[in-house]
Design a binder for this molecule. Structure first.
Ligand SMILES: Nc1ncnc2c1ncn2[C@@H]1O[C@H](COP(=O)(O)OP(=O)(O)OP(=O)(O)O)[C@@H](O)[C@H]1O
Ligand SMILES: [Mg+2]
Length: 244
């Protein structure tokens, strides 16, 4: 039976805002979100600009703390961890891919991919990183700095880095948003290929309906609330188990 990887309950998130003096100086970015994401699911999050998609992803990554409510990943409540525990949990369980790649500019492709492996004390980190870069077709670009790589190549390095530690969860925020259509399609194919290989749970934020459709499930966020969920009706039903 599929188990739940991410469980979100009563999640609200506010930030200080001078423009919202009437509401106590706070802008409500996310309101009472409840969401269960099964292990191995590919989930796309869509919704207008400013609706709260990136904020939700930052909370799932433990990079921001909610105003109220809980997020549990693999049975662990992020709210009960201190900064060090969160950093370790993220390192061991979560890969993140951003629209603007977020590579370390002073490090080569190989060094960028090696870092998470070295932090995780993986033996032969360099060798593993080389293999990861070969897997994304960049065996010939290992010693290049990000500035010496095209956007598509930089995003391939970011994918290699994100998948290097075989995370349970991959969070991707508009991973093709800065790429032309053709390059974006190559990155998307690679992303889903790696997701399948590792059976990674994928949460993908996108403005591209065709990309959203490639996921098992799509939720739409508007004004900080989930207004539709393609599996809402099946969501609470027990899956029918095949007779053993
Ligand atoms: N630190 C902050 N302080 C104040 N307001 C913030 C902060 N971070 C985000 N917001 C506001 O929260 C809302 C949601 O932002 P968020 O980045 O999550 O939207 P999004 O759905 O990812 O949008 P986009 O599609 O444009 O990336 C926006 O109105 C934004 O201005
Ligand atoms: Mg965003």
């Amino acid at each position: 039976m599929t188990s739940t990887l991410i469980s979100i309950r009563d999640l609200s998130y506010s930030q200080p805002s001078a423009a919202h003096a009437a509401e106590g100086g706070l802008v409500k970015i996310l309101k009472d979100i409840a969401l269960d994401i099964p292990s191995g699911q590919t989930l796309s999050i869509v919704g207008p600009s400013g609706s709260g998609k990136t904020s939700l992803m930052m909370l799932m990554a433990g990079l921001e703390a909610p105003t109220s409510g809980d997020i549990s990943i693999a049975g662990q409540n992020l709210g009960e961890m201190n900064e060090d525990e969160l950093a370790r949990f993220r390192r061991d369980n979560i890969g993140i891919v951003f629209q603007d790649f977020h590579l370390i500019p002073t490090m080569t492709a190989l060094e960028n991919v090696s870092i998470p492996l070295e932090f995780a004390r993986v033996p032969d980190a360099r060798k593993r990183a080389e293999k990861c870069l070969e897997d994304v077709g960049l065996g010939h670009r290992m010693d290049h700095l990000p500035s010496q790589l095209s956007g598509g190549e930089q995003q391939r390095v970011a994918l290699a880095r994100a998948f290097a530690v075989a995370p349970k969860l991959l969070l991707a925020d508009e991973p093709t948003g800065n790429l032309d259509t053709g390059t974006g399609a190559i990155i998307t194919d690679l992303l889903f290929e790696m997701q399948r290989q590792h059976n990674t749970t994928l949460v993908l934020i996108t403005h591209d309906p065709a990309l959203a459709e490639r996921c098992n499930r799509t939720i739409t966020i508007r004004d900080g609330e989930v207004i539709s969920d393609t599996t809402e009706t099946r969501h609470h039903a027990e899956p029918v188990e095949a007779a053993q």
